[in-house]
Design a protein around this ligand. Structure first.
Ligand code: F6P
Length: 329
């Protein structure tokens, strides 16, 4: 293998840049040529969007001064075209044109699903780095970006707590996580929430009402309820509305944190995780591995087949939820 490429795809996550840096510098260390592909699979298909070349050779200098930056210098997209055989054929032609013999894909579930199909059709070796704030990938203890997103949400909750306390209010705070409650649980614990609602666990509106009513009776004057984006009971607004109808004595407000959780300076943990994984991706390609996500489990680098990380559901942390309940009395 003489030439590889790296791209980021799906929702961006803090630490992706540190991972790109590690892939590029790792590749150069092993005497490989390395190309960057901008805009994920979309850039791979079109080769150029607008005025920019989307497939371009990178040097050690291309990744200087980026380890501390949020977002992704390679940009990202969720490409519909890549889901079509025609799109993938074009993508393969563009890789071939640049003599690219191995690929590092930084992204989440959707990115790896595309990579798996692409490899089956064209045989090009491809390994993945788990980059998503959701931490919803099976086989790795944490994904790149998760720790930063938890810290961002926690800081926001701290601020909300100030105003909640000042006005004796109950706040429903919605955090991201389409199918996963990891971000909700961790930010809920670190922010001292009274209740955390997540998609993996069946919740009832009666329990939410009961918990808040009991808190109120115990003279709790303000409370924080974290609602994961994918919660089955509905979004934070709708859950809050139903609770307010039952508990008229509470003064309720809702905050949706949204995309602020995706940005910002990556934490040290995310930079270190991203650097280790990025370098290990290059080494995995050189060792002849393909169709695997490179993750970290119990502090060690692991290689998890794409099919496994896509199909298996990361277990949610029941004990952590129990802790939220105990510590909110
Ligand atoms: O996968 C990361 C994520 O931030 C999810 O938590 C969220 O549901 C989704 O991306 C939002 O995607 P978009 O930025 O395309 O609206």
């Amino acid at each position: 293998m003489k030439t590889i490429a790296v791209f980021t795809s799906g929702g961006d996550a803090p630490g992706m840049n540190a991972c790109i840096r590690a892939v590029v510098r790792g590749a150069i260390y092993y005497n490989l040529r390395v190309f960057g592909i901008r805009r994920g699979y979309a850039g791979m298909i079109r080769g150029a969007v607008g005025r920019e070349e989307d497939i371009f050779e990178m040097t050690s200098k291309s990744v200087s001064n980026i380890i501390q930056r949020g977002g992704t210098i390679l940009k990202s997209s969720r490409s519909k075209e890549f889901m079509t055989p025609e799109g993938r054929a074009e993508a393969y032609e563009n890789l071939k044109k640049n003599n690219i013999e191995g690929v590092v894909a930084i992204g989440g579930n959707g990115t790896f699903t595309g990579a798996e199909i692409f490899h089956k059709e064209y045989g090009i070796p491809i390994v993945g780095a788990p980059g998503t704030i959701d931490n919803d990938l099976y086989g790795t203890d944490a994904t790149i970006g998760f720790d930063t997103a938890v810290n961002t949400a926690m800081e926001a909750i701290d601020k909300i707590r100030d105003t909640a306390g000042s006005h004796d209010r109950v706040f429903f705070v919605e955090v991201m996580g389409r199918d996963s409650g990891y971000l909700a649980i961790r930010s809920g614990i670190s922010g001292g929430a009274e209740l955390v609602l997540i998609p993996e666990k069946e919740d009832s509106i009666e329990n939410v009402i009961d918990t808040l009513r009991k808190g109120w009776q115990r003279q709790k004057t303000s409370s924080i309820v974290i609602v994961a984006e994918g919660e089955e009971l509905g979004n934070a607004n709708s859950v809050a509305h139903r609770v307010q109808q039952e508990l008229k004595e509470l003064d309720i407000r809702v905050t949706t944190l949204g995309h602020i959780q995706r940005g910002g300076t990556p934490t040290a943990l995310d930079r270190i995780r991203a650097s280790r994984i990025g370098l290990a991706c290059v080494e995995a390609l050189l060792a002849g591995k393909t169709n695997v996500m490179v993750g970290i489990h119990n502090h060690k680098i692991v290689h998890v087949p794409f099919w496994e990380t896509i199909q298996k559901k990361k277990p949610f942390q029941e004990d952590m939820l129990r802790m939220v309940e105990i510590l909110s009395i």
